[in-house]
Design a binder for this molecule. Structure first.
Ligand code: ADP
Length: 163
């Protein structure tokens, strides 16, 4: 049976930290589904469609990575996709409480779906989408944090928003 994993997140925008997890996770499973959450509780910079498009561009060279969007419960989406695993990244101890709680809850709801944590590459341990949005909103250079195509899209979005 093929091992399918879901890597869910907001990816608003996707960073080198996310990309590092995608690369490593895709090497450990047969198929990795990167899943953009339609989360109405969060005010987003990019629409879900824009995020999916950006993710598709930067993952185009990974043959076993697919990009989708989803709403509702992650475990329902995992079941729908036939996935047995959820991938999450752990940056620091501050991520741990919340991530563990979510993993335990998901496992109770869907015993057949296990969460796998990847320890963030130290190089990106400081990096978050929030920081990227903040730096960009003040006109800072974000090319050290996100791929070139994403940096351009963020800059354009912020220019439109504040002009
Ligand atoms: P969410 O809103 O669900 O936290 P994010 O897009 O912020 O979505 O993150 C998705 C996943 O990627 C989470 O598991 C998060 O811990 C992980 N992640 C976020 N930033 C990094 C990073 N710099 N390095 C590695 N993993 C990261």
């Amino acid at each position: 049976m093929s091992r399918i994993a879901i890597y869910p997140g907001s990816f608003d925008p996707v960073t080198f930290g996310h990309l590092d997890i995608m690369q490593r996770a895709s090497q450990t499973v047969d198929e990795l589904v990167v899943a953009v959450l339609e989360n109405h509780a969060k005010i987003a910079l990019f629409s879900v469609e824009e995020r999916v498009k950006m993710l598709k561009i930067i993952t185009k060279d990974y043959p076993n990575v697919r990009v989708e969007s989803f709403h509702g419960l992650l475990v329902d989406f995992a079941r729908e996709q036939g996935a047995g695993f959820i991938i999450r990244g752990l940056r620091a101890i501050t991520d741990f409480d919340y991530e563990l709680q979510m993993a335990q809850t998901n496992r109770i709801m869907a015993p057949g779906v296990d969460t796998i944590f990847f320890a963030t590459n130290l190089e990106y341990a400081y990096l978050s989408s929030t920081t990227v949005r903040e730096v960009a909103s003040y006109g800072g250079d974000i090319t050290k944090f996100v791929p070139e195509s994403v940096a351009r899209a963020v800059e354009e979005k912020i220019r439109d928003r504040y002009s």
